[in-house]
Design a protein around this ligand. Structure first.
Ligand SMILES: [Zn+2]
Length: 260
């Protein structure tokens, strides 16, 4: 019989590789529950000037636990002074573990309607890929509805280390992503999203990290990093391996990728 107690703590070592902590309240509670869930590190991403700045604030408050990334999300630059935000990213990325969240989103309402918007997304994405290369940082990339271009531009302009976050694109593009040595991430949608599940079934665990994309809602509840356990369970089910194995492999991948 196993005695549940202190010895059992820390069996699972997890990394939430993509969380928008700046959109969460109750900092102490969020971090406390994350630690209880076995999370040893959180990569906190920004999406515009305000949230990138706030993300650095979280990292100041929880140094060594919250690891920041700064970036302009493909749907969050409208209304911002993009040049000012790009300067901010360039000036602060050295204290970050990555550039992110960056990328393309052609399913965004404005992008669907306008080639100009899609072109602007590409410009901003390319510039941030270049910043990542210039500073020797990896990138956390969003590619909803735009996986082909997200990959192509990453190949042309980006760093060697890229995570295609919440990959749910076509499997032929996934195979290219894997061939180039990039990673993909699994979210709690691993439980129910057909396209996401197809990608996770195809890719080897060695090419994967896990995340929550907090505070995205799953089953009507806003996620926080502790909900990484949903990702862990769904991915273990899907791959037919133990949660311990998923935790071990994906955590090693995350540590290596981000240099944690
Ligand atoms: Zn995100």
């Amino acid at each position: 019989m196993r005695i549940v107690g202190e010895e059992d703590e820390g069996i699972l070592r997890l990394v939430d590789t993509h969380a928008h902590l700046s959109d969460l309240e109750d900092r102490e509670g969020v971090i406390g529950r994350a630690r209880e869930a076995g999370i040893e590190a959180i990569v906190a991403v920004g999406g515009n000037l305000e949230t990138s700045r706030a993300t650095l604030g979280w990292a100041d408050d929880y140094g060594g636990y919250v690891h920041p990334a700064v970036g302009i999300h493909p749907t969050e630059w409208m209304g911002d002074d993009v040049d000012e935000t790009l300067r901010f990213i360039d000036e602060h990325v050295d204290r970050c573990v990555a550039v992110g969240e960056i990328g393309l989103d052609y399913w965004n309402r404005e992008a669907k309607r306008s080639e100009d918007v899609r072109e602007r997304q590409r410009e901003i994405y390319i510039r941030q890929l270049e910043i990542a290369v210039e500073h020797g940082k990896p990138a956390s990339v969003h590619g909803r509805g735009a996986w082909d271009d997200a990959l192509g531009l990453a190949r042309e302009h980006g760093p060697d280390r890229i995570i295609f976050h919440w990959f749910s694109g076509p499997l032929d593009i996934l195979r290219e992503v894997l061939d180039y040595g990039y990673l993909i991430s699994a979210t709690p949608a691993a439980e129910f999203s057909r396209d996401h599940r197809a990608a996770l079934a195809e890719a080897p665990l060695e090419s994967m990290v896990i995340e929550t994309d907090s505070p995205v809602s799953y089953h009507g509840k806003r996620a926080e990093p502790a909900d990484i356990l949903l990702t862990l369970r769904s991915l273990a089910d899907l791959k037919g391996v133990s949660e311990e194995d998923v935790a071990e492999v994906t955590t090693l991948n995350a540590e290596r990728f981000f240099g944690l």
